[in-house]
Each structure stands twice: as structure tokens, then as C-alpha cells.
Design a protein. Structure first.
Length: 293
């Protein structure tokens, strides 16, 4: 009896498998119309998929956007750091190029000053209170610098040494000159026209070339140089060019406003001129006087 039931179960299982295979085959064949159960199941699955699709996409897009934002931020930080490095490098290159150019110009200028001993120096400080009147250089008495020595750049005269310490010196700029600080000067192409650089017009930003005789022929654009007759500044140092000319209140002398040849507001490399008591005019006159005696 037990074996009969076992066979019956086996037969039912085989029949179920056959029906299942038949149903699978029936459902997989190409048909235009689906059965009601198939339609119900497919519609149910489609509805569930459409309901879940939106939040799943939102979550996926959210985390994807977060990752993109993180990557963008990291790339932005990297680019900023590289841009900063590039700017610093560019600034260093420009500073080196400027310094190299100034040094080449100083060397070329030294070749034209064979009659004088030159001391090369670098500007190390400018005080805010006297920015346009004084600078400090990195050469002092230990290097041979003395008070009243002329100071120039490759473009022209900028002032004179005011005071020294063993390793630094304070330079008074032409823009800080007053009536107590005078430079004997002449017109470069006409040494018969002479006068004194005496004072600085802060409004015009010009040196005042005064005490020029009224009958002297002075023209705009002429070059003004030191005459060497003042006992302090050597002769032939470029001071600047004449920009305008006026007569004094009595009409006896002229005043020429001279634009400094050197940039007094942007100074880095300078030369201190050791006059060594040599001036072509004064020393020749002194030699003649000694011969007469």
C-alpha cells in the first residue's frame, strides 16, 4: 500500500514537471496577446519597477554628484596651488630679469667712469616718512664710503651720501635737496651755460636749475650734467633734461626745471662715486696755481 502512494506521488510530480515545461514553452513563444495571468504579472512588475526607478535614480545621481563635486574640488585645489606656484615663479623670474638688467647697465656705466673709483651697492631700506628723500645702502665706511660722495644709477645721479656706519650708508636723494644742498651744473653741449641745482619742486617733481644768467641760451630738452666745480660731485655725471624755463622775479636770471634722468622712486642698484679729490677743472686750476707759486 505504501509503495502505491509513492508511485502516485512520483507520477504527479512528473505530470507537474511536464505541465510546467509546457507552460514555459507556451509563454516564451511569440504571441500578440498575453494571457490574463501573464498580463497581470507583467503589469505588476512594471508598476513596481516604475515606482522604485525614481528614488533609486535619485539616490544614485545624488551620490554620483557628490563624487563629481569632490573630484572637482580636489582638481580646483590642485590647480590653485599650481597657479600660485606659477605666479611666484613668474615674479621671481621677472625680479631676476630686472636685477640682471640693472647690473648690466651698472657695469656698462662703470666703464665710462674710469677716472673715478666706484663702489657698487644695493638699496636695502627706505623709510616711510622719508620715502622720496632718503635710502639706505649696504655699503659703509668699511667699504670706503664717505659722507658727501655722489651716488648714481646707470641712468644718472640720484643724490649723495649723507652719513655712514661701518656697513651701511644713508643717501640723501635729489628730491630731498634744499638750498643747503647745491650741485654745480652745466649744459652738456654748452659748458658756458652753468648754474646750480638748488631745490626740488615737489608739485612738478622737477629739480630747479637756478642762477642761470638771463642772456644764456637755454633750451628745453638740453642735458644737464655736474660741472665738478662744487668740490663734492665729480664732473660729467648726468643729472637730467630741461623740461621748462622761467625768468626770476627781477628778470636777471633764469630758472630751468630739470626732470631727473634717474628714477628716484624705483632704485635698487647704485654706485657710490669716490671723487678722490679729482676734478678735471678744479685740479687743473690747482696745478696751474702751484706752478705759478
Amino acid at each position: 500500500m505504501a509503495s502505491f502512494f509513492k508511485r502516485k506521488k512520483l507520477i504527479m510530480m512528473l505530470i507537474s514537471i511536464v505541465l510546467l515545461v509546457a507552460l514555459i514553452g507556451f509563454s516564451m513563444r511569440e504571441r500578440e496577446n498575453r494571457t490574463l495571468p501573464e498580463q497581470f504579472i507583467m503589469d505588476t512588475i512594471g508598476w513596481v519597477q516604475s515606482v522604485l526607478h525614481v528614488p533609486v535614480d535619485l539616490v544614485g545621481n545624488f551620490f554620483g554628484n557628490l563624487q563629481d563635486l569632490k573630484n572637482t574640488y580636489e582638481q580646483n585645489q590642485l590647480l590653485k596651488s599650481r597657479l600660485s606656484e606659477y605666479k611666484n615663479l613668474l615674479y621671481e623670474v621677472q625680479a631676476l630679469e630686472k636685477e640682471n638688467k640693472e647690473l648690466r647697465e651698472i657695469i656698462e656705466k662703470e666703464k665710462t667712469l674710469r677716472d673715478y673709483q666706484t663702489i657698487h651697492a644695493e638699496v636695502i631700506a627706505r623709510t616711510r616718512e622719508a620715502w622720496f628723500k632718503q635710502i639706505t645702502i649696504n655699503r659703509g665706511s668699511q667699504h670706503g664710503v664717505k659722507a658727501n660722495m655722489a651716488v648714481i644709477t646707470a641712468d644718472g645721479m640720484i643724490g649723495k651720501v649723507q652719513s655712514t656706519t661701518p656697513f651701511t650708508s644713508r643717501v640723501q636723494l635729489l628730491s630731498g635737496f634744499d638750498r643747503n644742498n647745491k650741485i654745480s651744473a652745466v649744459i652738456s653741449d654748452n659748458e658756458n651755460v652753468f648754474g646750480l641745482i638748488e631745490g626740488y619742486d615737489e608739485e612738478k617733481k622737477m629739480l630747479m636749475f637756478q642762477s642761470i644768467l638771463a642772456e644764456s641760451e637755454v633750451e628745453v630738452g638740453q642735458l644737464v650734467v655736474s660741472s665738478g666745480m662744487g668740490g663734492v660731485f665729480p664732473s660729467g655725471l648726468v643729472i637730467g633734461t630741461i623740461e621748462s624755463i622761467e625768468s626770476d622775479a627781477f628778470g636777471l636770471t633764469k630758472i630751468a626745471y630739470v626732470k631727473p634722468a634717474a628714477d628716484l622712486y624705483n632704485i635698487n642698484q647704485v654706485m657710490v662715486i669716490d671723487r678722490e679729490l679729482f676734478s678735471p677743472v678744479l685740479d687743473e686750476d690747482q696745478g696751474e696755481m702751484e706752478e705759478e707759486l
